[in-house]
Design a protein around this ligand. Structure first.
Ligand code: ASP
Length: 278
């Protein structure tokens, strides 16, 4: 299904395989992203804080008048999805804004496209990124979610849900629990997301290791900017404006050999950093 005219096809060279990626892999350009209204959380729960509390201001601002939120929790294992959906309703209740959560996992797979088409807002939660992307492809809703978000339907993602907002799930920390038809994902974020990046001051050993892995990835996939973001961090996307939110959130943007450090307390505006590495 490809319903947005003129979506740019991903070049075969970009796959690194020398073969054309499946037709599901079309990615939007900056003009097509002008209406994107998204918030990409690194984590649902920042250690030591109530779940989603880092986003208690940003989520109501993102959703505005859209109080009926469609939860997509396919990153959770199937037996956990009912409990997870109930828990998310409780977490959203804490914001006191009258949000109602319905969960796509309650719909029959053949009805998934209709439910996505009718949704007024999305929350895509974390778990295993491969499982999430696979189940989205199985239900033929990847292009549809992208299309709705490009039309301005609010999208919040957390962890795996932020990974699939990128162009590919290239820097997930997850094991490939299942195979995916392609690593290509939504492309709402013009880059690759790496959540739960260790903080250089709080966890220097793991920080070095993660940075080393990402630098290897970036040296092979030189056309893909990678955002490594610590747990308090969130990327706010408003069209082609990108901002790092979250108290003391740290991160960086890496492309090829170029790296720009990001810290939410000072250089929040990621747009300049993206121009610098691009
Ligand atoms: N497993 C993570 C999550 O919580 C995703 C990741 O680390 O890449 O969704």
């Amino acid at each position: 299904m490809k319903s947005l005219a003129g979506l740019s096809a991903v070049s075969a060279a970009g796959t690194g395989l020398g073969v054309a990626a499946p037709s599901t892999s079309s990615l939007p350009d900056s003009r097509q992203r002008e209406r994107v209204n998204a918030l990409l959380l690194s984590a649902t729960t920042v250690p030591g804080q109530p779940s989603l509390s880092q986003a208690w201001e940003a989520l109501p601002e993102l959703y505005g008048e859209n109080k009926q939120v469609l939860l997509i929790n396919f990153a959770s294992l199937p037996p956990d999805r009912d409990a997870y959906a109930k828990r998310m309703q409780r977490e959203f209740d804490k914001m006191g804004d009258g949000f109602t959560i319905s969960s796509l996992h309650h719909a029959k797979p053949r009805d998934a496209a209709r439910v996505v088409r009718e949704a007024e807002a999305f929350f895509i939660s974390g778990g295993n990124t491969f499982l999430l992307l696979r189940e989205l492809y199985d239900r033929f809703v990847v292009d549809l979610i992208r299309e709705r978000v490009l039309m301005g339907v609010p999208y919040a993602g957390s962890s795996a849900g932020s990974n699939v907002a990128g162009t590919v799930i290239g820097c997930t920390n997850d094991f490939p629990l299942v195979d995916v038809p392609t690593r290509r994902s939504l492309g709402i974020l013009p880059g690759v997301f790496n959540p739960h990046h260790p903080d250089p001051e709080l966890d220097p050993g793991n920080f070095e290791h993660r940075q080393w892995k990402i630098s290897h990835y970036a040296s092979h996939q030189r056309h893909e900017p990678v955002f490594g973001i610590t747990d308090p961090g969130m990327i706010r996307i408003q069209g082609n404006r990108f901002t790092l939110l979250g108290k003391a959130a740290w991160g960086y943007l890496r492309q090829g050999d170029q790296q720009v450090d990001l810290f939410s307390e000072d250089n929040r505006d990621l747009t300049a950093a993206m121009e610098q590495v691009g």
